[in-house]
Design a protein around this ligand. Structure first.
Ligand code: PMV
Length: 342
């Protein structure tokens, strides 16, 4: 039996950075789910054991240990997996070496395939519903993947100002938001492609003894509270202030870890300066955010798309590796596929 899902990546506005126990976050986060940056996965389940995996039709034995580790981590929730062989065919809409993390889209697509199959064989899982279970499994694969299960704005991690938010699984942002945030643009500028010098796993671990640990975790709760007012009222000025502060705080935490490290590159900073100067001069609401790498996500409302894209193509493109960028926007979340399009 075969199941197939396509699942998007996401970009955090308030960043998850630091974890405990089994991939539980040290602080709450909220993200935009993307649309074009996605992974499509098909899993063929048959009786037996073991895993095979292909990426774009090519065997990838080097991915097997990671997938097996993930399956072991979810086995306590899905013991049936121990008597199945999984043939996984996967492909990303973005190039593998683009520096865009495929873990959120990849782990969420695989988790959705597994939960759908569990449902088909009548396995009664613990969570309240299909998507909740898929978010729990995704989280066990890669923390931020838990948020890729839903479209739009998604929250992961318990926080006093959001009743149902919790550490186990992500939820769709439950309150009314200003329409400006429904189709926000995110253009990913590829500054650096290939492996990062310090992985997210290592970065999370460095938060354990970080000198600013407790201040950071309480700041994230405070920011989650602030962003709710911003999302409701469409307060772009404060949206920009808060999300840029979050991005630079994330990298500030890296720089003040022990050992310290820097993932931004000279062109990351050049882009940030250009964006801030453009915003001052044009008064247009273009801003940036960063994930744990050198690439820059340029954020702007769909209403200024034409001018935003022109600025990127005329000014920012020179700082991109081989002039590469991906023009994406907020998307509606994963999709079940009936046919895995080759
Ligand atoms: O999901 P991980 O372990 O790759 O960590 C992701 C961390 C950030 O991308 C930097 C922030 C986030 O909330 O997605």
């Amino acid at each position: 039996m075969t199941t197939s899902w396509e699942s998007p990546s996401n970009i955090a506005l308030i960043k998850y950075w630091g974890k405990r126990d089994t991939q539980l976050p040290s602080n709450p986060s909220i993200s935009f789910t993307l649309s074009k940056c996605k992974t499509t996965t098909e899993v063929h389940f048959s009786e037996g054991t073991g895993v095979n995996i292909t990426l774009d039709g090519t065997d990838k034995p080097e991915f097997i240990p990671k997938i097996e580790g993930f399956l072991e981590r979810i086995m306590h929730r899905h013991p049936w997996l121990s008597s199945y062989n999984l043939q996984i065919k996967t492909r990303n809409s973005f190039p593998h070496s683009s520096g865009i993390a495929s873990s959120a889209s990849g782990m969420s697509a695989l988790s959705l395939c597994i939960v759908e199959f569990a449902q088909k064989i009548d396995f009664k899982f613990d969570a309240l519903n299909f998507y909740q279970e898929a978010s729990i499994l995704s989280r066990l694969g890669s923390g931020s993947a838990s948020r890729s299960i839903y479209g739009g704005l998604v929250v992961w991690g318990g926080t006093p100002t959001l009743e149902n938010a919790n550490d186990e699984y992500a939820i769709e942002y439950p309150h009314i938001i200003d329409p400006i945030f429904k189709n926000y643009c995110d253009v990913v500028l590829l500054v650096e492609v290939g492996e990062k010098s310090v992985s997210s796993t290592a970065g999370h671990a460095l938060m354990e003894n970080h000198p600013f640990r407790s201040q950071r975790f309480s700041q994230a709760h405070q920011h989650l509270s602030e962003i709710q007012k911003i999302l409701k009222t469409g307060d772009i000025e404060n949206f920009i202030r808060l999300t840029e502060l979050e991005a630079l705080t994330l990298h500030g935490l890296m720089m003040s870890s022990s050992p310290s490290y820097i993932l931004m590159k000279p062109n990351t900073l050049k882009i940030i300066e250009e964006i801030r100067e453009f915003r001052r001069e044009s008064k247009l609401p273009l801003s940036f955010t960063l994930d744990a790498g050198a690439n820059v996500h340029v954020l702007f409302p769909a209403a200024v798309k034409e001018k935003g894209m022109a600025f990127i193509k005329n000014t920012l493109i020179q700082y991109c590796k081989e002039n590469r960028f991906i023009a994406d926007h907020v998307g509606s979340g994963p999709k079940r596929l009936t046919n895995f399009e080759k």
